[in-house]
Design a protein around this ligand. Structure first.
Ligand code: DAH
Length: 371
């Protein structure tokens, strides 16, 4: 009986060790472990039959079985490590990226020039400590006009300039916002200026007016800016806007002109022009020259606007500005016509669009005033 068992153990030992070494993957290996060492496994069941043996054989055979058991555990562990290693090697091979391959960007499309402008403007102002706010495209008359000190008879309120929605049951009608300025009010209502002490926000977004020609579209984009604090004055307005324009147009000696103007929500108000000259091929050389182009509106926030949102104008003041993003984009990239911006014409997009990756911009080290 005991010789019989010993033979069987030898046989199992030989067979199991070969099988383990030949197993091709982790599942096969686990099946073998269960087959030999599991609760109902071959080696386990032999160990269970030991109690029927005589004392001297128990020791002898018990030793052999335990040796075999330990050997199998070790071999399985070793094989497991080996198989895991092979698996990683194979994965590495399969997932290898050939970085020398040509990047066919057409396949992925391009970044619309307007998106590029919004990215750049956001980056430039973020560098100056501004954060981004947003507001709804469908606005109430209060936020779009009244809270901004725009009087009832103002032309912007007229039917033919502004898109109005159908009146609701109470007779009030909403408007598609004609500018991003209402977000000034929404922001100031939201914050506690006594706690914040100073806020700096920009608001890029869609705006709407009843206009359509080569330089106007019924839907267009603006970027609003607002800074409110205890000691903000006109010099901050000028400094901020000059720095912004220099970085945006990537020109350290850009000439900038502030021209007195009027907006109901600022006092005093200024329109901002940049210098340029027309080249012989008809394109504009932005930077210096005898001609001026208007690029944005600005001013010190009107005390009435601050009072309207519960801010004491004798304690806090600030400046605001608003610019048309299509115009800034057209000037920077020499795009003559506004209408194709929204035509989704692939030829236009391919020509004026940007490759989203590896673009040189402020984040990646645009050589601007701040870097
Ligand atoms: N909202 C004005 C417009 O659409 C632009 C503007 C001018 C915004 C002066 C401002 C500002 O914040 O201070 O024409």
């Amino acid at each position: 009986m005991s010789d019989d068992i010993k033979d069987k153990i030898e046989l199992i030992a030989e067979e199991s060790i070969t099988k383990i070494s030949k197993s091709k993957n982790l599942t096969e290996l686990e099946d073998l472990r269960i087959f030999y060492l599991g609760k109902k496994g071959l080696v386990t069941s032999f160990l269970k039959t030991m109690k029927n043996l005589e004392q001297s054989e128990k020791i002898n055979i018990g030793k052999k079985l335990n040796l075999l058991k330990n050997k199998l555990i070790n071999n399985i562990e070793e094989k497991k490590l080996h198989l895991n290693d092979a698996l990683i090697q194979q994965k590495l091979l399969e997932e290898k990226i050939d970085i020398t391959l040509e990047n066919d960007h057409e396949q992925y499309g391009t970044l619309h020039p307007l998106s590029k402008t919004i990215d750049e403007i956001s980056a430039i102002f973020a560098n100056m400590g501004f954060y981004i706010e947003e507001g709804p495209d469908i606005e109430t008359d209060y936020y779009n006009f009244t809270a901004l000190n725009i009087p009832l008879e103002h032309p912007a309120r007229q039917e033919h300039d502004t898109f109005y929605l159908q009146p609701n049951s109470e007779g009030t009608r909403k408007v598609l916002r004609t500018h991003t300025s209402p977000v000034q009010i929404r922001t100031l209502e939201k914050i506690d200026i006594d706690q914040e002490k100073e806020i700096r926000v920009i608001v890029p977004g869609r705006t709407y007016r009843s206009d359509h020609d080569a330089t106007h579209s019924p839907m267009f984009h603006q970027c609003e800016g607002l800074v409110i604090g205890e000691n903000i004055d006109m010099s901050h307005l000028k400094g901020t806007l000059i720095e912004f324009l220099k970085v945006y147009f990537n020109s350290n000696n850009l000439s900038v002109r502030f021209r007195p103007s009027f907006f109901p929500f600022t006092e005093p108000s200024a329109e901002v022009d940049i210098g340029y000259k027309k080249l012989s091929d008809g394109t504009l050389d932005i930077g210096q020259g005898d001609s001026w182009l208007e690029v944005l509106g600005s001013g010190m926030v009107h005390p009435k606007v601050l009072e309207g949102v519960g801010i004491d104008p004798s304690k806090y003041q600030g400046f605001a500005f608003g610019m048309g993003l299509e115009r800034l984009t057209m000037l920077k990239y020499n795009i003559p016509d506004l209408r194709p911006f929204y035509d989704s014409d692939l030829r236009w997009l391919k020509h004026y669009g940007f490759l989203g990756i590896n673009e040189i911009n402020l984040h990646s080290g645009l050589n601007g005033v701040f870097s």
